[in-house]
Write a protein that binds this ligand. Structure first.
Ligand code: FAD
Ligand code: UDP
Length: 364
């Protein structure tokens, strides 16, 4: 008899949701986490009274009633709508693409005027890549000022070589509405994200600074089953080659004697020359009039083994490679693969939670 029913690798949302739900159903679980903290990329740390999103800005948004009710068991939310400001060489545009953006770009004031303008410069035909898809949605001017530079910095490759699905994440609206997301429920957890993970993992043994691969056989022996939420290619020792990821890193600064650095939570730098993609001013996620302000500059970073794999690159070549790994993973039932890295999907938090809740149901 193994000591645990489930050994769970990773304490991000996928691992922590599985751990909590399985424990609630009477299963014995433990969690191992290679970082020195729980929460995966949603981790927030309190610095000078500000909840700092250590791995980039995280806004909770969902249309999924079940997920919204589920997460509200653990935390209350501040009302928060993300309004991103795009800065193109000093020209300011609101995002996502909406009537305010079209008015600033072209002076148009009506939805009809905006549609005509887009129609006159849009990509015709069936878009096959991000460059074509973007110009089909919003035309050439917006593509060149607000999309091309940002995207090519962020993904470190030409828009022509990127999957069109990436740009479809952003709403295009013919109304005056700067809300970055369309979802019914949106907010920021009061007190930050980390406490959600503390509650989820409250009565569970958690081993931080513990890399599964350092003692894989030992951990496998401790669990009847293993739930793995790290990169799937690494699990299989890159047997079919490396999957491609995109990484980022942050430069941070606490300003003790400045209360307002940029006047908003997120400003995107959409030109190609500025080396960073965006500046994050964390106090604006849950403004409590704190003194001082904490600011992060987000820079793109190439991925190689050993670097944090923040974004999957879901183009055809990588998806095909992933499918080979997925097939392998389906041939065994000892290990369950889930989450953004193990499923190689550009998941948002609510999607990871939904996927973990579903997985636990099928396991039980
Ligand atoms: P992760 O959070 O990556 O957790 C996986 C965990 O497994 C990590 O803690 C890792 O250290 C651990 N691990 C990996 N390998 C091992 C190993 N060998 N041994 C032990 N531990 C291991 N989503 C939103 O909904 N809204 C947003 O605004 C938003 N913004 C984002 C901004 C950025 C910059 C990024 C990168 C993501 C953003 N997301 C956002 C997505 C969100 O972060 C993910 O959906 C979510 O964190 C995925 O959870 P996960 O458990 O799958 O993975
Ligand atoms: N994007 C852009 N300009 C912007 C913001 C986003 O071109 O100012 C594109 C870019 O390709 C990005 C994609 O839209 O990768 C999705 O943006 P999102 O904000 O969803 O990215 P994430 O928060 O996941 O980094």
């Amino acid at each position: 008899m193994a000591k645990y029913d489930y050994v769970i690798v990773g304490s991000g949302f996928f691992g922590a949701v599985c751990a909590y739900e399985l424990k609630e159903k009477g299963k014995k679980v433990c969690v191992i986490e290679k970082r020195d903290h729980i929460g995966g990329n949603c981790y927030t740390e309190e610095i000078e009274g500000i909840h700092v999103h250590k791995y980039g800005p995280h806004i909770f948004h969902t249309n999924n009633e079940r997920v919204w009710h589920w997460i509200n068991q653990f935390v209350d939310f501040h009302q928060f709508q993300l309004n991103i400001v795009a800065n193109y060489k000093g020209e300011i545009y609101p995002l996502p693409f909406n009537m305010y953006t079209f008015n600033k770009m072209w002076g148009v004031r009506t939805p009809e005027g905006a549609k005509e303008k887009i129609e006159s410069q849009k990509f015709e035909g069936n878009p096959t890549n991000l460059a074509e898809q973007a110009q089909a949605l919003v035309g050439k001017d917006i593509y060149e000022k607000l999309i091309k530079g940002y995207t090519e910095k962020q993904w470190m490759k030409p828009c022509m070589l990127l999957p069109k699905s990436i740009i479809k994440r952003l709403p295009v609206r013919f109304t005056y509405n700067n809300n970055y997301f369309n979802d019914k429920y949106q907010g920021i957890p009061i007190g930050g994200y980390t406490q959600i993970f503390e509650r989820l993992l409250e009565d569970i043994e958690v081993f931080t600074e513990t890399d599964y691969f350092d003692k894989k056989d030992f951990w496998d022996g401790l669990g009847e089953k293993v739930i793995y939420t790290g990169p799937i290619d690494k699990y299989y020792d890159y047997k079919y080659g490396d999957l491609e990821y995109k990484s980022v890193h942050w430069m941070n600064k606490m300003y003790k004697s400045k209360d307002n650095y940029q006047g908003c939570a997120v400003m995107n730098y959409t030109d190609s020359e500025t080396p960073y993609t965006r500046i994050i001013e964390h106090k604006y996620f849950d403004n409590q009039n704190q003194e001082g302000t904490y600011v992060s500059w987000e820079y793109p970073q190439p991925y190689e083994r050993g670097v944090e794999p923040f974004y999957p690159v879901n183009d055809k070549v990588n998806n095909e490679k992933y499918n080979k790994y997925k097939k392998l993973s389906q041939q065994q039932d000892k290990v369950i693969f889930g989450g953004r890295l193990a499923e190689y999907k550009y998941y948002d938090m609510h999607q990871v939670i939904a996927s973990a809740l579903k997985k636990v149901e099928t396991l039980l």
